[in-house]
Design a protein around this ligand. Structure first.
Ligand code: SF4
Length: 215
């Protein structure tokens, strides 16, 4: 299955992103004044984002379509591998909070955050990123991950995404699990470059850091 066929199976992810945007447009109407999030403020992009491989396939699909995107991959692939090495250096039995703390303390920005603090996959950014909004004082975002910041509750998003991701994972015959973003993105590149058979092999070979899904 090549790029076109993988891409054409990602409709459920595209639909859930559209549903998330619709859901947000309704509930944010009443919260606008309490939300300080704005372009160029990217503290949250230093957190450990988790997503499934089906969603990662959707997130990176535009990058692979353009020459500019391919140049970006060539110059950033070493960063992606370094991030994966960092994740693999962590014990596999930590709690999600501990992974997040260690990642944040290492000050590792998301691979997709550019020098201008803009997301290069913004139109197709993961659902957790689409729905992450702080309510209150944005200055608190600069603190540690232990700082208690009120933010939008996204349980409906996670439930929607889990279902649509499962449909794609079943079709591709791969596990539907949340992985750290660099690992999921690397898996997506493998699938687009070498096919789904190689993706399945990568799942078998990898010592994956499995992130528990938060209820
Ligand atoms: S994917 Fe984009 S919005 Fe999400 S953490 Fe990375 S840079 Fe930030």
């Amino acid at each position: 299955m090549g790029f076109g066929r993988i891409n054409s199976s990602l409709g459920p992810i595209r639909e859930v992103h559209q549903q998330v945007d619709l859901w947000l447009s309704k509930i944010l109407e009443n919260l606008r004044e309490r939300i300080p999030c704005k372009e160029g403020c990217a503290y949250c992009c230093n957190q450990l984002v988790t997503l499934s491989v089906p969603e990662a396939l959707y997130v990176v699909s535009d990058i692979l379509k353009s020459n500019r995107g391919k140049i970006w991959i060539n110059s950033n692939f070493h960063r992606l591998l370094r991030q994966i090495e960092f994740i693999r250096s962590l014990p596999t039995d930590l709690k999600l909070e501990d992974y997040q703390r260690k990642w944040y303390e290492a000050a590792i920005p998301c691979i997709f955050l550019n020098h201008f603090k803009r997301c290069i996959v913004y139109a197709k950014r993961p659902a957790v990123c689409r729905s992450y909004f702080v309510l209150g004082d944005a200055n608190l975002c600069a603190g540690s991950v232990d700082t208690k910041i009120e933010h939008l509750q996204t349980a409906p998003v996670i439930a929607l995404l889990a279902q649509s991701s499962q449909r794609v994972a079943d079709e591709f015959r791969v596990p539907n699990m949340l992985l750290p973003l660099p690992v999921a993105v690397h898996m997506a590149f493998i699938a687009y470059k070498d096919g789904l058979g190689e993706l399945r092999n990568a799942f078998r070979r990898a010592r994956l850091v499995k992130i528990p899904v938060k209820e």
